[in-house]
Every structure is written in C-alpha cells, then in structure tokens.
Design a protein around this ligand. Structure first.
Ligand code: NAP
Ligand code: ZN
Length: 349
C-alpha cells in the first residue's frame, strides 16, 4: 500500500514529501499506524550521506511509536489498537549466537529500520518519517506509559536504549560515579537513566547555558568541558563515562578523569574519526575505552518498562513534518531541548 513519507533524494538535498510502498502484513507481521517519530542525530548523518552507503530515496526515523492497525495470522502477542514502538532494528538472522542471546543489535545480519537491504521495494528499508510501517512481531516493543506521554516515549526507542544498555553493561548503580558527555538527545536520556539507577551523575557540556537544565535532568554536578580547572577537579574519579558527542573531539581530556579500572564507552558516531588517544592514559590506570550500539530487543523492552515504572520520558519539542529540515539545522547548533519529535499526523495532507 502507498503511504505518505518525508525523505531525501540525495545527500545534498533537503527532505521533502514523498510516497512509499509498505508490504501487506505477512503471517508474523505487525502493521503499525505511526503517531510520532523522534529525530535522532543518526538520521541526519545517514540522510546527508555523512556515513558511507546511503541509498536514495532515504526515509530516516527509528524512534517510532504508534498503534497496531493489523496483525498477521500467526501473531499472538499484539492486537489492533495496542500501543507499540519500533526502534533501530526491524530484522536479524534470528539464529546466530547474538540473536540467541537477545543481542540482535550485534547480529551480522541485523536489518536496521532504514537504509538496510530488504526484499520490499525499493530494496532498502525506509524508516519512521512515514504514516505506517510493517515489522516482524519479534522486533515490536510494547509501550506501557500512559497514552498522553506517547510523543515523549518515542526517543526512548533509540536515545533511551543506546544509553541504558551501556549503563547496565557496566553495572551502574548506587556508589558509582558516572559522567555523561554531551547533553543532546542521547545525553539527556543518559543523565535521567543513570540518575534513576542510583549513580552519582556528572554532566559534561560545551554549553554554559545548559548548566541549570542539566541539574533539572538529574545531574548531581555539571562540568563545562572547555574549562580546564573544572575538568581537573574530577581527575581519576569516574567509574564510567558515557560519551554521546556527535563530533570528533579530544578523548584524552576524558580518559584522565577515569579512576583505576574505569571505562569510557563511546556511543557518539561522528562522520570523521577522533584523533587516537594517548595509549599511556589507558595503560597507566588499566582503563578501558569501549563502544556500544543501541541494545537488543529484550533489553529495549526492559528499558521501556523501567522508564514506565519510574515515570521517565524524553524532554521533547514536537514538530510538523515540514519543520524537519529546520530541526536538523537547530540540532547541529545544539538548539534543542532535547529531542525533536515529528507529529506524523502532519504527513497526512
Ligand atoms: P545530538 O542531540 O545532536 O547531541 C549531541 C551533543 O553532543 C550535543 O547536544 C552537544 O552537547 C555535543 N556536541 C556536539 N558537537 C560537539 C563538539 N564539536 N564538541 C563537543 N560536544 C559536541 O545528537 P544525538 O542524537 O544525541 O546523537 C549523538 C551521537 O550518537 C550521534 O553521532 C549519533 O549518530 C550517535 N548515535 C549512536 C548510537 C549507537 O548505537 N551507538 C545510537 C544513536 C545515536 P553539549 O551542547 O552539551 O556539549
Ligand atoms: Zn538513533
């Protein structure tokens, strides 16, 4: 069936209205009417071809929430009308060690929500800046937040799980000191989640203006990372630093803030590489430099349920589809508190 969407025909062109085809639901598929879709910085990297291999037309969007419209004959876990979400994963091989461990995000055959190969037209997946999506039931998440919070739940499907997964992997909780670098879409969720897990949270920002806001998000302390004195006051003190910055920057400035056996996990995925860190900053205190990619389906459901139980949602600014290009420019300037979310009803006309 044909549905309205918003996407780009080339990396140097703005996004514009277009129509795409969705498959009819198969036996294990769930067809979803998309109510809202968050705007992740990854959408911008991909649609502007900053990462290699973007297929056009490109329809981004992997922070999807809405209601089930129809289900295939063999779907038993979902019914029409259910509130559901789709994150960054719409398929995987389903039988490798990663899939069996519930870590579909690390499956070599993982199919991302946009720009991954699919038998469906046009040959690559198309994301949530669209009216509907059809996904195998294994990758559909249940939303237990009240419906009036639905738009603010959308960013949990990527920004939420991408920060929750490394916080859990590194066993963040009471007694742990955690830094979150970059207060954007991911970073603001990292602060909320680390705080809810009981850690002592320090937010690092390049923007002096975000000082007070970071505290309101749950940070116990805020450091403006351009200020060398403020940075030095935290030397050798962190168990974990979660780095969400979307641009190359000096990693050593943060590695020296880790205590012995501490680790920094990179989730930011800049288009050009960071300069190599000084290896002595790792060796001298047995520090770890790690990475992490989104999270598996079971962990995403765990995160959604944790957020519902703790009343956690994203801080969002709701935009119309015709404001997507402007939202990208504002995101690049750091002018967003803290996630743009598209009202997909505005795709109708
Ligand atoms: P975002 O909303 O634009 O936030 C990024 C933040 O980084 C900014 O708000 C800013 O915070 C800081 N920043 C930006 N440019 C900087 C610079 N030149 N130097 C220092 N700080 C800078 O982006 P997002 O949606 O949170 O995504 C962040 C990154 O994570 C992107 O690269 C995205 O592709 C990636 N990502 C990765 C995964 C994964 O699975 N690993 C998943 C989703 C997204 P301050 O103003 O506070 O400094
Ligand atoms: Zn994302």
């Amino acid at each position: 069936m044909l549905v309205n969407a918003y996407g780009a025909h080339a990396g140097d062109q703005p996004l514009q209205p277009l129509q795409i085809t969705r498959r009819a639901p198969g036996a294990h598929d769930v067809q979803i009417d998309i109510a809202f879709c968050g705007i992740c910085h990854s959408d911008l990297h991909q649609v502007r071809a900053e990462w290699h291999g973007t297929q056009f037309p490109c329809v981004p969007g992997h922070e999807i929430v809405g209601r089930v419209a129809a289900v295939g004959a063999h779907v038993h876990g979902f019914r029409p009308g259910d509130l559901v979400g789709i994150g960054c994963i719409v398929d995987s091989c389903k039988h490798c060690a990663d899939c069996e461990d519930g870590l579909e995000n690390y499956c070599d055959g993982m199919i991302g929500t946009y720009n991954f190969p699919t038998p469906d037209a046009p040959g690559w997946t198309l994301g949530g800046y669209s009216q509907q999506i059809v996904v195998h039931e294994r990758y559909v998440l249940r939303i237990r937040h009240p419906e009036e919070q639905l738009a603010a739940v959308a960013p949990l499907l990527c920004a939420g799980i991408t920060t929750y997964s490394p916080l859990r992997h590194w066993q963040v909780g009471p007694g742990k000191k955690v830094g979150v670098v970059g207060i954007g879409g991911l970073g603001h969720m990292g602060i909320k989640l680390a705080h809810a897990l009981g850690a002592h949270v320090v937010a690092f920002t390049t923007s002096d203006a975000k000082r007070e806001a970071a505290r309101q998000l749950g940070a116990d302390e805020v450091v403006v990372s351009r200020n060398a004195e403020e940075m030095a006051a935290h030397a050798k003190s962190f168990d974990l630093i979660l780095n969400t910055v979307a641009a190359p920057h000096d990693l050593d400035a943060f590695l020296v803030l880790l205590k012995r056996d501490g680790g920094m996990t990179l989730v930011g995925a800049p288009a050009t590489p960071h300069a190599s860190p000084n290896v002595f900053n790792l060796i001298m205190k047995r520090r770890t430099l790690a990475g992490s990619m989104i999270g598996g389906i079971a962990e995403t459901q765990e995160m959604l349920d944790f957020c519902a139980a703790h009343g956690i949602v994203a801080d969002i600014e709701l935009v119309r589809a015709d404001q997507i290009n402007e939202s990208y420019e504002r995101m690049l300037k750091g002018d967003v508190k803290y996630r743009f979310v598209i009202d997909n009803a505005t795709l109708a006309g």
